[in-house]
Ligand binder design. Structure first.
Ligand code: SDX
Length: 394
């Protein structure tokens, strides 16, 4: 049942829940959102159209889209008292630490009167999160730079608004390059959902207790932060900068193959894909488009990434282990080219994934038979025994 976990005798935990949102075929490298291939959605839709699709199961009509986008726009500002939360952090606090705190605080501002059993109230929570998370992400960046927070502008599109809040200042009329806006819009589509990954399963398990959606999404953000999951995009760029030159690639490939070395090639491998992650192909194309638009097609890090990918895909260890580049491999490079600081990469992933998390939460809460998740364990501790006499108090 949705949100229930069952352990199979092989002791590999299998999250067994039914969902109609996203389908992955790891062997064939297939990813469908509500039945539509990720390649077609990335090519023909906007991120907000995909948000509507994930939340409602169908692509919006023009009227539905106009109303959805207008409602999102009207919720992009955050309660002004939320800005006080930032002041408690050092300027160099990791943005994901601030995201966990501030998104969690939304529970205190927006949830009191809501009933999660009401579809209307759940929709309001979904809209607020999709609308406010970009504002909070941009605030995290501004806080770290000492620059003032930027307010959203209702005349701008969702991604234009975010890029202006992130990269503009009150002293300029910054408007992002339309080619870069389209690229970031596509990057958000590629991150929007991915079935029962660690953070989505975390959101479902938290939500199965009846916790409010803001707290559940916060649990997802915390889980996503890990380098094995959403923290990998930041780790990829740090790894490429450490490799530095194509002459060092073989050394790092050998480290990744060494069982006595904990180093793993960041951005490679996946729990499900044993073929090329379809998002990685689209991310590499987007990366190339952005670098070309910015006149950075000779970008050293991108060329290093292409060569590392070429060598790894020809290496028998990676072929045997079916290790291919995943969504995180190229995302760091393109985010870097867009002017997003490395420590903000995972927050960007969270911004894209918020709609997936809240769609899974909504699907689970809407199930009238849904019960609290209760994973079981394989007990490997001591058998039953009595306390030794020396520990018994007379
Ligand atoms: C995301 O689940 C999702 O859907 C996640 C995600 C999403 O959209 O939500 O797709 C986003 O999290 C993508 C993954 C980002 N993480 C990284 O890029 C970090 C580097 N990758 C790895 O740490 C690793 O590949 C994992 C964590 C992603 C998967 O780890 P597993 O489960 O151990 O991988 P596996 O079972 O397929 O590994 C098979 C073998 C193992 O060796 P053996 O035990 O068989 O000897 O390959 C090895 C692994 O040790 N291996 C690697 C490797 N990844 C796996 N060896 C070197 N470098 C790597 N990157």
């Amino acid at each position: 049942k949705t949100g229930m976990f069952t352990y199979d005798p092989g002791f590999t935990s299998t999250a067994s829940c039914s969902s109609s949102i996203t389908y992955i075929d790891g062997e064939k490298g297939v990813l469908l959102y509500r039945g539509y291939p990720i390649e077609q959605l990335a090519e023909h839709c906007t991120f907000l159209e995909v948000c509507y699709l994930l939340l409602n199961g169908e692509l919006p009509t023009p009227d539905e889209m106009q109303q959805f986008e207008g409602t999102i726009t009207m919720h992009t500002m955050v309660h002004d008292q939320l800005t006080n939360f930032f002041k408690g952090f050092r300027r160099d606090a990791h943005p994901m630490a601030i995201m966990v705190a501030v998104v969690g605080a939304l529970s205190a501002f927006y949830h009191d009167a809501l009933d999660i059993k009401s579809k209307r109230d759940r929709d309001i929570s979904a809209i607020r999160l999709i609308a406010k998370v970009p504002t909070i992400v941009a605030m995290c960046h501004k806080y770290s730079t000492g620059l003032p927070f930027m307010y959203p502008q209702n005349k701008l599109s969702y991604v234009e608004n975010f890029m202006r809040m992130m990269l503009g200042t009150p002293c300029d009329d910054f408007l992002p390059n339309p080619v870069l806006v389209k690229a970031l819009d596509r990057i958000l589509i590629l991150h929007a959902d991915h079935e029962q990954n660690a953070s989505t399963s975390t959101v479902r398990l938290a939500g199965s207790s009846g916790a409010n959606p803001y707290a559940c999404i916060t649990a997802g953000i915390a889980c996503l932060w890990g380098a094995a999951h959403g923290g990998a995009n930041e780790a990829v760029l740090n790894m490429l900068e450490e490799i530095g030159d194509v002459s060092n690639i073989t050394k790092f490939i050998n480290k990744a193959k060494d069982k006595n070395d904990s180093f793993r090639l960041m951005g490679f491998g996946h729990r499900v894909y044993k073929n090329y992650d379809p998002r990685a192909k689209l991310m590499r194309e987007t990366c190339h488009e952005v670098l070309t638009e910015l006149g950075l097609h000779d970008d050293k890090i991108f060329k290093l990434a292409l060569e590392l990918e070429r060598i790894a895909l020809e290496d028998e260890y990676f072929i045997e282990k079916k290790l291919y580049p995943n969504v995180d491999y190229y995302s760091g490079i393109v985010l870097h080219a867009l002017g997003i600081p490395t420590n903000m990469f995972t927050a960007m992933f969270a911004m894209g994934r918020t709609v997936g998390w809240i769609s899974h939460w909504d699907e689970m809460i809407a199930d009238p038979e849904q019960k609290i998740g209760r994973p079981r364990q394989l007990y490997t501790g001591a058998t039953k025994r009595d306390i030794p006499p020396q520990h018994i108090k007379r």
